[in-house]
Design a protein around this ligand. Structure first.
Ligand code: GLU
Length: 305
């Protein structure tokens, strides 16, 4: 992070692929309370670039749920679907600098020829198209050349994280074969655009952070401070998500859900708050937020509700 004192700007960046569930509430609450506690701003960004995964109406439903839970964000919501020009510009800059290159490989070709497994369970791209395309091959996707040296950062919750991009990830996709911009590029361009100084999000994104730091370096952007919160998992150890059929948040039980999220984050709200109103719960949470109390784990199993 920049050593100069900078004004705190945090964000919550949901993907409108379904309703908010307990796991998203933890990320929203943790990022919001950390920002408010430090006198900072807290923004909401709708990460709606991955159009095939979007669920109609989910973006509005997410905002309505946040409102019903008493969240207040600063400024208008930024929609990534309206930022395509900025992503195209960043890609062009990387291409012009020789850092990004066109790749002709199909998924099948990579699956057949790749030899190592990447951090996210996919395959490390073996760099076939790095030195140019063989005659007759067409560009499908755009990839970023990664650093040979390890990328390290100090996460405020998870501690020191070191990742060797070339070995653990490989040159990664910035623009997909279907023409859509990849999450890694969009999130990096927007964190810079919105002057985000602190990223607070779920530990499921921890393995993505070195890619984002590398992109920030390639684009000449500042790197924000990072805090990766524990992720809520079901009894089978699976992260709560739409895929694992996590229950949507119940707006008529907002106080109970918020208190559960506070407990999950290691906070100790008094039992009397169970019968209090939303405003009282927020007042307590803001006055008593203890970052140090957040469990330093990547995954916490919660009982079904
Ligand atoms: N949109 C991403 C998600 O919902 C989060 C991005 C981020 O916080 O960096 O998983």
């Amino acid at each position: 992070m920049d050593t100069e004192l900078q004004h705190y700007r945090g964000r919550f960046a949901p993907s409108p692929t379904g309703p908010l569930h307990f796991g998203s509430l933890v990320a929203a609450l943790g990022s919001c309370l950390d920002a408010r506690r430090q006198g900072g701003q807290w923004l909401v960004r709708m990460e709606d670039v991955d159009t095939p995964r979007l669920v109609p109406g989910a973006a509005d439903a997410i905002l309505n749920t946040l409102e019903a839970f008493g969240f207040e964000w600063d400024g208008p919501v930024l929609y990534q679907s309206r930022r395509l020009e900025a992503y195209a510009e960043a890609l062009e800059k990387l291409r012009d600098a020789g850092m990004a290159y066109g790749c002709a490989c199909s998924r099948k070709e990579i699956a057949d020829l790749a030899t190592s497994v990447a951090v996210d369970g996919g395959q490390v791209y073996p760099g076939f198209c790095r030195e140019g395309l063989a005659p007759g091959r067409q560009v499908r996707a755009w990839r970023l050349r990664v650093a040979e040296e390890p990328i390290a950062f100090d996460d405020r919750v998870q501690g020191r994280v070191v990742q060797h991009l070339a070995r653990d990830v490989g040159d990664f996709v910035l623009r997909r074969a279907d023409g859509l911009f990849a999450y890694q590029l969009a999130v990096t361009v927007d964190d810079e655009f919105q002057s985000i100084s602190h990223v607070v999000r779920g530990a499921d994104l921890l393995a993505s952070t070195p890619r984002q730091i590398w992109l920030q370096r390639c684009l000449g952007f500042a790197t924000p401070a990072h805090a990766h919160l524990p992720v809520a998992a079901n009894g089978a150890g699976e992260k709560l998500s739409k895929q694992t059929l996590a229950r949507p948040l119940a707006t008529d039980r907002a106080v109970a859900e918020l208190l559960q999220a506070l407990h999950f984050l290691g906070q100790a709200p008094p039992a009397e708050l169970a019968s209090a109103g939303l405003a009282e719960v927020w007042a307590w949470a803001q006055a008593n937020w203890s970052f140090a109390a957040i469990p330093r784990q990547a995954l916490i199993v919660i009982p079904p509700t």
